[in-house]
Every structure is written in structure tokens, then in C-alpha cells.
Design a protein around this ligand. Structure first.
Ligand code: PHE
Ligand code: ZN
Length: 877
């Protein structure tokens, strides 16, 4: 029987293939402390022996137990000793090892043997291109040795590793290197010690044939830190940007948050096979190569930003995550939401606030809003899960950052800093909770967050309906909030929503200053005097709250704001609103020719102002020229027809392209003369260059194809070359295959650029994109074991609505087949494809039924991983 139709079943014991539900309210401290851990590795790609020795003692703060339960996953113990004596007092309970202990303190030593070369999940110790590396967050350490693998058990680690000098000349772990030596038989060893107590998820080990870009940094208090970025031999030339970013991050965290680095070395290692972006292991960050390697020839401006942002993010975790860690995985946003905010503020300071803020909002709305309005919706602090890997989400990360950003908006940056200082002070060395963070903010920043806590417990994106009335000389703003129901949360309470607003005088085009209002009731009115005529409302400036705004405003007023608003985000938003409104209306009820023409003319008026505004820099111009993404557009309708919205959007693009052909061609010429550099003006030039091409391509394929081929040939950097190829890939022209071939040949030895080659084709506007994807799956360069490659083909495809939502359901089948094939190899990555099918309730009935059928096909497969099972069950539930 279905759980959803029989509530009593909800608490019944799970059937054998249903992984258990873990609940936040069930948290219990671990009965034992592990003050010290010693790990000894005898390294080999196919066989590594691990001897782990734990000093344990009873935890006075927990309920006593004679049993020590150690987590394991797919490993077995070759021997167990207690206080130096071989022990037989242990047993296995599923994957866990249980040891009954007589006293209050013991030394427990366990030997395990693992095969890194067979580890395709890339969790625990695995092999990548002949090197050995680890990934332990969230629960990978238990694949290496038996341990209380939970973030609230902190221990100091001493790690000794030995292995072949030829295969593993570099031996790294957390902390500082204490000693090293040669054994005289072709093997060598190193011992590392990390003085800072840490949970097992922050453990790391790397052994391989690597070279380093070395530098140094002197901290605020004069500590000399040796910095090194380890990569494969040929990649050294592409590490400069990462090193610069690291040094800037270290300086910035001292200046902005008063956080200083705390070890003598900071190492980064780049790995080609990696499930995520990067990992903040103490003193030894392990990175996906995508977020380390960059040079102008092979990396786009976006890639440069990605490297800077992720390097900063992982570095900032040293305080927000490592020095203060999480009590349990339900508190994940404590470290991730906060650290995302920290990296966003850093990048704002590096690149300029306006554009960075717009980009971050775009990510939130295209990745997190759909999550919040679908079957996988969860609060930033979830209440339950089956597999924690499924909760590394845009909600926990990006909405989590928005929630903390709202606190900062409400108290101001100085008070916010007092709050974070108090938080770090109070909880240094602890495993803390979101509640601890909130309390430190209340005490340190002077905020009352009693009602605000709802942002941690309620899922769903609030919607704010806004109405502005004018009478006499008073403008009255009436706001209404609704927080939509989400799975498990049918009824919601009103939350405090901080909104930055300004009221523009429509005659002189200015306002008397911005104000912050906080909507904390279901409905509230605010009056403003001194307006002889009705003002134009600019609201949620800077995107001060992660909500949907439904405002009663005319197209004319949106055109006004798109041209004149002094808040860059609000200006962008006015342009987006104008277009979203039009495309949503056009693709739902349909528009007659007259109404379509009228709406397009309003958009054109704003577009023209953007094209010709000489006070705008090109980076901002590029933002304003950008059409809202299809995913965001699909979100606007309860039930959407992807093809219709796609066609309307392309139709508008073509119409604008035709109407502004001269202006766009002129813009393209102007910016093509700007020389390459990483300066903002030059980056802005490249951004609008490819945008101009994209509009022209929609209107005049022949012209655009010629211009794109020329841009491709003239390019002295990847941004221009990839941009040109992107446009060509969407067109049916001979130049398309010629340039795709050229691109592949040029960069065939660079994995990251070959990833781009796959992604460009999978995300293209070409009508046969789906056929191209099928062919690419058989390409010699496709490799299902490499997550970057899998994502570059299939994530790009699943995020390409016109192809993914092919009318015959072929796109859904393709993704479902991939999930089934990938699940036994790499369940974490496989499960990340489920949400694309999980949107079925929001898609028109014919497609919806096919999407659902694919989910059911997956659910009925045997031996599904916990990861995929949970995502599919929730999606259907
Ligand atoms: N903690 C990492 C980060 O956000 C993300 C990560 C999670 C990496 C799980 C690997 C595995 O910085
Ligand atoms: Zn993180």
C-alpha cells in the first residue's frame, strides 16, 4: 500500500530495500569521545592497508554505553585489538562494527584492506589517473576504516603513509608534515599531524605524481604560511589564477571577518574525477580540476569566476565549517549557507557588486526556486533524510546564504560582523547547530530573530503581492504574503520579509532615498507622504528577500525602471519582469497579434535604452540584455508547455534581433576591437559580443553564422571562441560541423575543454540536439565513470528544455536510462539527475505522464542505491 494513502503506514518499519529515515529530532550525542586518532596507510592502487588506532574514552555528556558502535561501509575488519590485545569481543551489525568494552578508556586498533581502483563511487579512498585521493564528506570515511563517522566526534589525527616512491612521490594529509623518510626498497613514507581536532569528514589523504605551484602568505599576526597547489605535470601553467584567488581570499577573510589562517601549510590538490566542486578538508583542500585550472586560452571568463569563487569558498570553510563544524548533517546549512554568503560577498568585492548580485539571483531562481516548488522541497535545515548526499542542494546552499544575507540586511554590516565574531568566539572548536548561529546573531548583532527562525523550518518560496495606491499626497503600499504548501508542510506561518524599496518621482526620475520595510504579517500597509502624483515603485531592491514578487505595475512603469532605476538589480528585474510577463501571457492564454506587438514594442523600448545607454558598462549591459531563462519561465506557470514557451522566447529573440540588427552589429564591431584582459571593461566587452551574436543568430542565421565563424577564427581567448561556437552549434550551417571538428582537434588533450565541447552540443538550440546527444554517448571521449564528462553531456542536456522535453518523450527516456546505468557505478551523481524528471506535475499532461512513467520505471529497478531510491520515491510521492 502506498504510504501517501495510508497514514498509519508512515511509521511502519521500512521494507528491506527501503533505506531508513533519519530524523533531526532523534539526535543523541555519541557515548564515546575519540581524543586522538592514528592512521597508518600502506598505499597501493589496487590494495591499500589501513591500520587505525583510536584513543577512546567515555563521553560524560552522553548516556553511557558499554558498546562502541563504529560505522563502516563495504569494508571488513582483518583484525581488531583492544589495549594491544587481539580482541574477539566484536561483531558486525550490518555494516557497523560493535565492540563491547569493559572500562572507561581504551585504545582500539582496527585493520582494514581496501581496493581504491575498484571505487567508482568516488567516496572514501579512490584512484584517479594513477593517484590516490580521498573524499570523506559526508559519510565516506567509513569506507576507509571503522569509525564514529559523524560530524560531532572530533579527534586529532596523526597520519603515516608509505608507498612506492615512483608512483607516489608526493604524500599529503591534513595539518603539518611531521617527518618523512625512505625505506631503501623503493618505498618512502611521510607522517602528518593535524593539531586541530576535527570530524572524520574533514580527513584527507593524497598520494601521487604531482607538481606544485608554491607561494606563501603572511597572516595578520605574522604567521608564515606555505601555500601549494598540486596538479599533474602539464597543468602547472594553468594554476596562477587559483593561487592569486587563494591569496586574495586569505587577505579578505582577515579584513572582512577577522579570520586568520591557523596552520603552517595550506595545500590544494586538483583531481579530474570528483563528484562535486571541491572539498574543504583541513589544510588539504581537494578540488575538481574545473575549479583550479584556468588560463585565457582554455577557460572562459565564467570559468575564471568559478575558480575564484570556489577557491574562496573552500578556504573560508576553514572557519565556517572546520573550526566551527556541524553537530549533525541536518545543520549542513550552518556551514554551507554561511560559507556561500561569505564567498558571494568576497566575489562582490572582487568583481563589482551589481553584476555578481544579479548572477547569484539568477542561480537561485533557476536552481532553487524549482526545488522549492517541487516534490523535493525542504527547509534549509531539513527534518529528515534517507541519504544525506541528496541534501547538498541549492536550498541548503543558496537559499541558506539568502537567509543569512537577510539578517545582514536587517542589522547592517557592522552589527552583522559583531554577530559573526560572537559566533566564532563562542563555538570555536565545537560542533554547532543552526540555532547556535541564530542565537549568536541575536546576542551579537542585536536582532530579535524569534519569528525569523521560520526561515529555517519552513520550505517553499514566499509570494508577496504588492499593490500601490495613491490619493492626495499619500502613496499607500499594501503587501500580502503567502507561503505555499510543500511536502509534509501543508500550512505555513507568515515570515519576516525584509524589502528594500524606493518610490520614484515619475517626472524627475529620482527618489528621496531607499527604505527598508519588514513585512511580518499576512497583510500589511505602509503609507508615504509627499507625493503629488503617483510614484513608481522599485521593490525588493538588491533582491533583499528570496521571494517571488507579484506587483501590480504597468508596462510603462517597468520600462521606466528598466531605463532609470539606480539599483542595478531592480533595473535588471524590471527588464526581466517585462519579458516574463509577456512570454507567460503569450504561452498560456495566447495573445492576438495586436497584443503581442504592443508587448514587444514595450520590450523594444527598454532594450533600445539598454543598447544605447552610454553610462552603462558592458558587463551590466550584458545582464540587462539577457532574456529570462527557460527554466525560470517554466516556473511561472502552474502547468507549462515547454515547447510553447521555448517558441515564444525564440520568437521574441528573433524579433529583437531583426529590429536591432544594425545596433547589434555595431555593438559587436565596437566590442570586437577591445583587447583581451581580465579587466572588467574587457570582460564586459566579451559578454555583450556573444550576446549580440545570439540575437542576430535568431533573426538572421546567414549573417550570424558568418560573424560567428569570424569571431571563432579571430579569438585569442576561450570566452570568444566558445561563445562563437555556441552560436554556431545552434545553427544548421556547414560551419557548424567544421568548427566543432576544429575545436575538438585543437583541444583534444585538455579534458576540461573537451567537456565544453560535449556541453555545447548537449545544450544547443539545434533542433536535432537530442540526436547529437545520443551520438555523443558513443563517442570515444565519453566516459561514464568521470562525473565531469557525464555532467557535460547529460546535465547540459537535462537543462536544455527544448531538447529534454521532446514531444515523444525521448529526452525523458534518455535521462532515465542514464540514471539506471550510472546508479550502480556512482549513485551520488546518478541521483542528481532525478529532479529533472521530478518536475512532472508542473508540465502539460501528455509529457507529464511520460515523465512519471520513467520515474516509475526507475523505481521498479532492483538494487537501487539509497541515493536514487530516495529521490525517486520523493518525486513520485
Ligand atoms: N563541502 C563541499 C563544499 O561545499 C561540498 C562537498 C560535499 C564536496 C560532499 C564533496 C562531497 O565546499
Ligand atoms: Zn561548502
Amino acid at each position: 500500500m502506498d504510504i501517501s494513502t495510508n497514514p498509519e503506514m508512515a511509521d511502519a518499519a521500512p521494507t528491506p530495500h527501503e533505506p531508513p529515515v533519519i530524523r533531526r529530532e532523534d539526535y543523541q550525542p555519541f557515548p564515546w569521545l575519540v581524543p586522538a586518532t592514528r592512521l597508518e596507510f600502506t598505499l597501493g592502487l589496487a590494495k591499500t592497508i589501513v591500520v587505525s588506532t583510536l584513543q577512546i574514552e567515555r563521553n560524560p555528556a552522553a548516556q553511557a554505553s558499554a558498546v562502541l558502535r563504529l560505522d563502516g561501509d563495504g569494508i571488513s575488519a582483518a583484525s581488531v585489538t583492544v589495549d594491544g590485545q587481539e580482541s574477539s569481543g566484536w561483531e558486525m551489525d550490518g555494516d557497523s562494527l560493535l565492540l563491547t568494552l569493559p572500562g572507561d578508556a581504551h585504545e582500539v586498533s582496527i585493520t582494514t584492506e581496501i581496493d581504491p581502483s575498484a571505487n567508482t563511487q568516488l567516496m572514501g579512498l579512490y584512484a584517479s589517473n594513477g593517484m590516490l585521493c580521498t573524499q570523506c564528506e559526508a559519510e565516506g570515511f567509513r569506507r576507509i576504516t571503522f569509525f564514529p563517522d559523524r560530524p560531532d566526534v572530533l579527534s586529532t589525527y596523526t597520519v603515516r603513509m608509505a608507498g612506492s616512491q615512483a608512483d607516489f612521490p608526493v604524500l599529503l594529509s591534513n595539518g603539518n608534515k611531521a617527518a618523512e623518510g625512505e625505506n631503501g626498497d623503493g618505498t618512502h613514507w611521510a607522517e602528518w599531524h593535524d593539531p586541530w581536532p576535527k570530524p572524520s569528514y574533514l580527513f584527507a589523504l593524497v598520494a601521487g605524481d604531482l607538481v606544485a605551484n608554491a607561494d606563501s602568505f603572511t597572516t595578520l599576526s605574522g604567521r608564515e604560511v606555505d601555500l601549494a597547489i598540486y596538479v599533474r605535470d602539464g597543468d602547472l601553467g594553468r594554476t596562477r589564477h587559483a593561487m592569486t584567488s587563494l591569496i586574495k581570499s586569505m587577505e579578505w577573510d582577515e579584513q572582512t571577518f577577522g579570520r586568520e589562517y591557523d596552520l603552517d601549510v595550506f595545500n590544494i590538490v586538483a583531481v579530474s574525477d570528483f563528484n562535486m566542486g571541491a572539498m574543504e578538508n583541513k589544510g588539504l583542500n581537494v578540488f575538481n580540476t574545473k575549479y583550479v585550472l584556468a588560463d585565457p586560452e582554455t577557460a572562459t571568463d565564467g570559468d575564471f569566476d568559478g575558480v575564484e569563487g570556489v577557491i574562496a569558498h573552500e578556504y573560508f570553510h576553514n572557519w565556517s565549517g572546520n573550526r566551527v563544524t556541524c553537530r549533525d548533517w541536518f545543520q549542513l546549512s550552518l556551514k554551507e549557507g554561511f560559507t556561500v554568503l561569505r564567498d558571494q560577498l568576497f566575489s562582490q568585492d572582487m568583481q563589482g557588486e551589481a553584476v555578481k548580485r544579479i548572477e547569484d539571483v539568477r542561480i537561485l531562481r533557476s536552481a532553487q526556486f524549482p526545488e522549492d516548488s517541487g516534490p523535493l522541497a525542504h527547509p534549509i535545515r531539513p527534518d529528515s533524510f534517507r541519504e544525506i548526499s541528496n541534501f547538498y542542494t541549492a536550498t541548503v546552499y543558496n537559499k541558506g546564504a539568502e537567509v543569512i544575507r537577510m539578517m545582514r540586511t536587517m542589522c547592517g554590516p557592522e552589527a552583522f560582523r559583531q554577530g559573526t565574531d560572537l559566533y566564532f568566539d563562542r563555538h570555536d572548536g565545537e560542533a554547532a547547530t543552526c540555532e547556535d548561529f541564530i542565537r549568536a546573531m541575536e546576542d551579537g548583532a542585536g536582532l530579535d530573530l524569534s519569528q525569523f527562525r521560520l526561515w529555517y523550518s519552513q520550505a517553499g518560496t514566499p509570494r508577496v503581492d504588492i499593490n500601490l495606491e495613491h490619493s492626495g499626497d499619500t502613496a499607500t503600499l499594501t503587501l500580502k504574503q503567502t507561503v505555499p504548501p510543500t511536502p509534509g508542510q501543508p500550512g505555513k506561518k507568515p515570515m519576516p520579509i525584509p524589502l528594500r524599496i524606493a518610490l520614484f518621482d515619475r517626472d524627475n526620475g529620482s527618489h528621496e532615498g531607499e527604505q527598508l520595510i519588514v513585512l511580518d504579517q499576512p497583510e500589511q500597509s505602509f503609507s508615504f507622504g509627499g507625493f503629488a502624483s503617483s510614484p513608481v515603485l522599485s521593490v525588493n531592491r538588491g533582491f533583499s528577500a528570496p521571494v517571488r514578487i507579484a506587483r501590480d505595475i504597468s508596462d510603462d512603469d517597468l520600462v521606466f525602471l528598466a531605463a532609470k532605476d539606480d539599483d542595478p538589480f531592480a533595473r535588471y528585474e524590471a527588464m526581466q519582469d517585462l519579458i516574463v510577463r509577456h512570454l507567460t501571457a503569450a504561452s498560456s492564454d495566447g495573445l492576438d497579434d495586436y497584443a503581442r506587438e504592443a508587448a514587444r514594442r514595450s520590450i523594444a523600448q527598454a532594450f533600445e535604452a539598454i543598447l544605447t545607454d552610454e553610462t552603462l558598462d558592458d558587463s551590466m549591459r550584458g545582464e540587462l540584455m539577457m532574456l529570462p531563462g527557460l527554466t525560470y519561465l517554466l516556473e511561472q506557470q502552474q502547468v507549462a508547455d515547454p515547447t510553447r514557451i521555448h517558441e515564444e522566447r525564440e520568437g521574441l529573440k528573433a524579433w529583437l534581433g531583426a529590429r536591432f540588427e544594425d545596433g547589434l552589429a555595431k555593438l559587436h564591431r565596437r566590442v570586437s576591437a577591445v583587447a583581451y584582459s581580465q579587466e572588467s571593461a574587457s570582460r564586459g566587452a566579451r559578454k555583450v559580443k556573444t550576446q549580440a551574436l545570439a540575437y542576430l543568430a535568431a533573426a538572421n542565421g546567414a549573417l550570424a553564422s558568418e560573424m560567428a565563424a569570424a569571431q571563432y577564427d579571430a579569438a585569442d581567448n576561450m570566452t570568444d571562441r566558445q561563445g562563437a561556437l555556441m552560436v554556431l552549434t545552434g545553427l544548421s550551417t556547414e560551419r557548424r560541423s567544421a568548427k566543432l571538428l576544429d575545436f575538438h582537434e585543437r583541444y583534444s588533450d585538455n579534458e576540461l575543454v573537451v567537456d565544453k565541447w560535449f556541453a555545447l552540443q548537449a545544450s544547443s538550440l539545434h533542433p536535432e540536439a537530442i540526436e547529437h546527444v545520443k551520438a555523443l554517448a558513443d563517442h570515444a571521449d565519453f566516459n561514464i565513470r568521470n562525473p565531469n564528462r557525464v555532467r557535460s553531456l547529460y546535465m547540459a542536456f537535462a537543462a536544455n528544455p527544448h531538447a529534454f522535453h521532446a514531444a515523444d518523450g525521448e529526452g525523458y527516456r534518455l535521462i532515465a536510462d542514464l540514471i539506471l546505468e550510472l546508479d550502480p557505478i556512482n549513485p551520488q551523481t546518478a541521483a542528481r539527475f532525478v529532479p529533472s524528471l521530478g518536475r512532472w506535475r508542473r508540465i502539460e499532461p501528455k509529457r507529464s505522464a511520460m515523465m512519471r512513467a520513467e520515474l516509475e520505471r526507475i523505481r521498479s529497478a532492483k538494487n537501487l542505491s539509497r541515493d536514487t531510491f530516495e529521490q525517486v520515491a520523493r518525486s513520485l510521492g
